[in-house]
Design a protein around this ligand. Structure first.
Ligand SMILES: [Zn+2]
Length: 432
């Protein structure tokens, strides 16, 4: 897909990051994606409403983080993953035919009724008060925006992004991944003449029933590199039969498996950009960036290889032999290491304790609920209805109920004259 995960703007964002730091991370990431000021502000206002810009659980324990994500967001526990996950899905909404010119309505659509065909219908059918709720913090979000990034130039792309043009020419030749884990990135040749654009247009015809996620080519005259997005990487392209569900596929347009190294190196800028795309998707999908070059493949997935890897090593029913013997894997791998480097400074996905101050806040919230409003959804309200019950009050309720049950049982036992004498619990209590 067209979106590239930032390796720059969100670095250093931890689970206990300050309100300002979180707001700034959201603003920078939205600007990097080409959002207007109004769109960035809408995202920050929503985050303030949903979480106060903190990595917290909803009172009912179902949603987590700045944007209150459910468990369908795989990286919601990670501050970076929470923001990126929200914006990835928002990008699809705002870039689709059903999008509204009002950025808040696109957020409404995503957060309230993502299955509806348009933002407007979602608003008509949904809980309309939610729109006012997420708009409530606009003034504060505008101030944050202008104070934190006002006057700074838009950071359009990560600093190490190579120069290339990228645009979508979508193909209907794709399908769902059925929950498969992506563990391969496969390179292909076209075995024909053309460039990224002409190949993508051919793939976009449903009668051809073949596709890749990306087509790429370098112009032989001006050496500009073009990338066409043909299939969203969240879905399968139709490139490598039974390997489709587990792989992301890129085709060098105009290339042939019979090419010499010299012929390949005439596409060296396209190879460099391909490595950049691979690095971004490896970070996004947690694919280890291991290059498994042919022809003597010597490693199991995960990794980056070619179509022939499926044929010769996985023996999964594929028969193609691209990208051939002379693809410059050394050049590709060097470029990949250049672009994959930022992954090393991303927070490791393993468990990590939050800062002490954050842990204290979380303990407080376990005891007294979000913003000390108690746990209404879990334990009900206090007798005067002023707030939800605190955890200790709920335990007291629970104790009273158990006590009442025990009491009833003792009464019943008393009737049968089997009550134990000297039960400490019965001391000082009038018999019922
Ligand atoms: Zn192939």
């Amino acid at each position: 897909m067209g979106y590239r995960m930032s390796s720059v703007s969100l670095l250093g964002l931890t689970i206990g990051a300050s309100f300002d730091d979180v707001a700034k991370a959201i603003i920078l990431e939205t600007r990097r994606r080409g959002y207007t000021r109004a769109e960035s502000v809408a995202c920050v206002s929503t985050g303030i409403q949903e979480s106060g810009l903190r990595m917290v659980w909803s009172p009912n324990g179902l949603w987590f983080g700045y944007f209150q994500q459910d468990s369908s967001y795989p990286n919601r526990m990670d501050p970076y993953g929470n923001i990126v996950g929200f914006l990835d899905r928002l990008d699809k909404k705002r870039g689709s035919a059903g999008a509204s010119p009002d950025p808040f309505k696109n957020i409404f659509w995503l957060q309230q009724r993502p299955g509806d065909p348009s933002a407007e219908l979602a608003f008509q059918r949904g809980r309309q008060a939610y729109l006012a709720e997420i708009e409530r913090h606009v003034a504060q979000a505008e101030q944050l925006h202008d104070r934190l990034v006002g006057g700074q130039p838009v950071e359009a792309q990560p600093m190490n992004r190579p120069d290339f043009n990228e645009y979508p020419i979508w193909s209907a030749s794709n399908s769902g991944r059925d929950g498969a884990t992506i563990d391969l990135f496969l390179l292909h040749t076209q075995e024909g003449n053309g460039n990224a654009d002409s190949l993508a247009r051919w793939l976009s015809s449903p009668t051809n029933e073949v596709s890749y996620h990306y087509t790429i080519s370098e112009d032989y005259n001006d050496h500009g590199v073009t990338v066409c997005d043909v299939v969203d990487t969240d879905r399968c392209s139709w490139s490598a039969l039974s390997a489709n569900r587990r792989s992301i596929n890129l085709c060098f347009a105009g290339s042939r498996a019979s090419w010499s190294r010299e012929e390949w190196l005439r596409q060296s800028r396209a190879i460099d950009v391909a490595a950049y795309l691979v690095a971004q998707d490896c970070m996004k999908y947690n694919i280890a960036p291991n290059v498994i070059p042919g022809p003597n493949y010597n490693a199991d997935p995960p990794g980056i290889s070619d179509h022939r890897y499926c044929t010769n090593y996985l023996k999964d029913g594929n028969t193609h032999t691209d990208v051939g013997d002379n693809f410059p894997w050394d050049v590709f791998e060097a470029a990949l290491h250049k672009y994959a480097k930022p992954a090393a400074v991303r927070p490791a996905p393993g468990f990590q304790y939050p800062p002490t101050e954050e842990m204290i806040k979380q303990i407080w919230e376990q005891l007294f609920g979000f913003k000390a409003r108690g746990w209404e959804d879990l334990f009900g309200k206090t007798a005067n209805g002023s707030r939800g019950k605190f955890t200790v009050e709920a335990i007291a309720d629970l104790y009273r109920r158990i006590d009442a049950l025990t009491h009833d049982k003792n009464d019943a036992n008393e009737d049968k004259s089997t009550k134990k004498p000297n039960s400490p619990k019965d001391k000082g209590r009038s018999s019922g």
